[in-house]
Ligand binder design. Structure first.
Ligand code: HEM
Length: 190
């Protein structure tokens, strides 16, 4: 039945509940209450974006998804940390190295996180005075606008022709990505 849904819609429908639990967990950690908490949030983002960085930069994937490498945000998260004179934090968790169709699920999770980042960007600006030039660079919108960019990205994901067992692997990857995010959050905010 999942074959009838566009690939990205299949991932969305099957990861919605997990997404919402991540959203709640992030907000419950109060990342915008003070700079120390925001630095923890950046450290969490750095661990997550470091895992997906090689996926964004994968040469084969860049042949299929135009401009993918330029969407990577790991270096920008590091710049945000640098703005605040803070460093990445090492975590004790096993760091995954997703491959194949699973990596597509991680990519969906990472790139989609920039859709909801609109809210986080607003909070970072309002509560902490950070912006796209200082401290909250990685939360800024794509030059084409968040919504338009996401719709175009989804079209490219859908055009990859991911079917059958590959879809299931991709979904497993997306769910692992959300689960990993939660684990890192718990450790960084502990
Ligand atoms: C407090 C934190 C967060 C909030 C408030 C939030 C909020 C949102 C909202 C409102 C959307 C748009 C939903 C829609 O169009 O139906 C969205 C999309 C998305 N978010 Fe989040 N989000 C948060 C954190 C995250 C994190 C940490 C990740 C990944 C690790 C993530 C991954 C995604 C993905 C993949 C989508 C795209 C869903 C789709 O249209 O397929 N979000 N988020």
């Amino acid at each position: 039945m999942s074959e009838t849904l566009p690939f990205a819609q299949y991932l969305k429908d099957n990861s919605r509940a997990t997404h919402d639990s991540v959203d709640e967990l992030v907000m419950s950690s109060k990342p915008f209450d003070n700079t120390d908490n925001y630095i923890r949030f950046l450290q969490l983002q750095a661990v997550f974006h470091k895992v997906v960085d090689p996926i964004y930069k994968d040469p084969a994937l860049n042949e299929k998804i135009d401009g993918l490498a330029e969407l990577a945000r790991y270096d920008v998260v590091l710049q945000d940390l640098g703005d605040l004179k803070a460093a990445p934090k090492a975590v004790s968790l096993d760091i995954p190295a997703p491959e194949g169709a699973e990596a597509l699920g991680w990519l969906y999770c990472a790139e989609g996180s920039n859709v909801g980042a609109a809210f986080l960007f607003k909070d970072a600006q309002q509560h902490l005075n950070f912006n796209a030039d200082f401290g909250a660079r990685h939360l800024g919108p794509h030059a084409d606008g968040r919504g338009k960019h996401w719709r175009e990205f989804v079209e490219q994901l859908n055009a990859l022709g991911v079917e059958g067992a590959d879809r299931e692997d991709a979904l497993r990857g997306a769910l692992e990505a959300f689960a990993f995010y939660k684990k890192v959050l718990r450790e960084v905010f502990a």
